[in-house]
Design a protein around this ligand. Structure first.
Ligand SMILES: *Cc1c(COP(=O)(O)O)cnc(C)c1O
Ligand SMILES: [Zn+2]
Length: 402
């Protein structure tokens, strides 16, 4: 039995602090605007952090249990996290490392958060867990619920990619189709959880999801022999992952394991660029107007990001930048990652590599990490529709005709 972890919570909006167990998923004063930071005694944990990590044989996210909000006794029995970090071969002088988080149980980085959500729900004695999602978060939750014997309710937009919808139902989740996008699904899930007392995993209300996702930063650092890259490129939709990657590196620094924090580079699709515009205006997390999202990269297609406070903090505090890439650049990045590195990413995930290219990561004498957040098998129709494989198909036709 591991010891019960200790932590407290602080609201990012109003700075109120709360003891563990005193509040639910977000700040009771600010409600849905009140994302909480989960904070630990960094000095105490830092004293033995690396020894604690080394003591666990499995290379998975629970190696870092001394700085997670739930004991690993409740973890779902699937190998989550512990994904490979590859060096990409290219002619430039920059070192580009590709962190392949498509290699998770349900095929995306969301497994780290959903594994933690199911552990938290189990720790509270809940038997049903729900989420709103456009795909990967729900597929991940359905997967982690299945192995943990928990009921899983998904609120998903009716037009989510069929691969992801099929995945959720294969794992045995009940899928409730909602007319509209993530916002409508979020509202429906929120109301149902209130009425039935289900545990709510939705991004934008559950402040603990960053805690699962931050483990990817710990892994990158451990895989680099506890050194820190110069930049980390992260795709941004709701902004939860980018905020969590920053928090992971910040905590390593606070614990005295590293000497600095990398520049966090948030990459958005140009048709879904709220964070980029707010950051450029220098007007805070509400400093832009929400516009309908228009990108084929479904996982990062968000009009108004829910985790914008955490996302903006990640970029500003780390000295990083927000950048935008076009859908054409994104789909080119999908093929380049597959052909140069053997990693098949979905469009939303490949945006990070498109951003790295745009920022000149190949030529700069620096170490850049590109975070691949999800598998290309998740949205085949989107890939075929992009036209990026058209040349290949034409070539094949010519060869067969010859
Ligand atoms: C969810 C997701 C993202 C975006 O993460 P946010 O936390 O919403 O910013 C990027 N890529 C993939 C594959 C995802 O599933
Ligand atoms: Zn608050």
């Amino acid at each position: 039995m591991s010891t019960e972890p200790r932590y407290f919570l602080r609201c990012l909006q109003c700075d109120s602090t709360y003891a563990k167990g005193q509040v639910g998923y977000c700040c009771p004063i600010c409600e849905l605007d009140g994302a909480l930071d989960v904070l630990y005694d960094y000095e105490r944990i830092g004293r033995s952090f690396r020894q604690d990590v080394a003591r666990r044989e499995a290379f998975d996210m629970w190696r870092y249990r001394s700085i997670l909000p739930i004991s690993d006794d409740f973890r779902p029995a699937l190998h989550t996290g512990g994904s490979p970090l590859y060096e990409m071969k290219h002619d430039g002088q920059g070192c580009i490392l590709v962190k392949d988080d498509s290699r998770n149980p349900s095929g995306s980085l969301k497994d780290r958060a959903s594994a933690l959500a199911v552990a938290l729900a189990a720790g509270m004695g809940a038997d049903t867990i729900a989420t709103a999602s456009t795909g990967n978060a729900a597929a991940a939750l359905a997967c982690m619920s299945a192995i943990s014997g928990m009921q899983c309710k998904i609120f998903a937009p009716a037009n989510a990619p069929r691969e992801k919808l099929a995945q959720m139902r294969t794992y045995g989740a009940s899928v409730i189709a909602v007319e509209g996008g993530y916002d409508e699904a979020f509202e429906a899930c929120y109301a149902a959880c209130k009425e039935y007392g289900w545990y709510n995993r939705s991004t934008g209300i559950n402040s603990f999801m960053s805690e699962g996702k931050k483990t990817v930063a710990f892994e990158i650092c451990e895989q680099m022999q506890w050194r820190v890259p110069d930049r980390v490129y992260v795709p941004v939709g709701n902004g939860c992952i980018v905020g969590a990657v920053y928090k992971g590196f910040k905590e390593l620094h606070q614990m005295g394991c590293t000497d600095r924090i990398p520049r966090i580079m948030g990459v958005q699709a140009s048709g879904s660029d709220f964070m980029f515009r707010a950051w450029r205006a220098g007007a805070g997390p509400n400093g832009a107007t929400a516009q309908p999202a228009n990108t084929a990269a479904g996982s990062i297609s968000v009009a108004l990001p829910r985790d914008r406070i955490k996302a903006l903090r990640a970029i500003e505090k780390s000295g990083g930048e927000f950048i935008t890439v076009s859908d054409t650049e994104i789909f080119q990045a999908v093929t380049e990652l597959a052909r140069n590195c053997g990693v098949f990413a979905e469009a939303g995930a490949a945006a990070a590599y498109a951003g790295a290219k745009k920022c000149g990561a190949h030529g700069r004498s620096e170490t850049s990490v590109v975070l691949v957040t999800g598998s290309g098998l998740k949205d085949i129709a989107g890939l075929l529709k992009s036209g990026v494989l058209a040349d290949g198909a034409e070539l094949l036709r010519q060869r067969l005709a010859a």
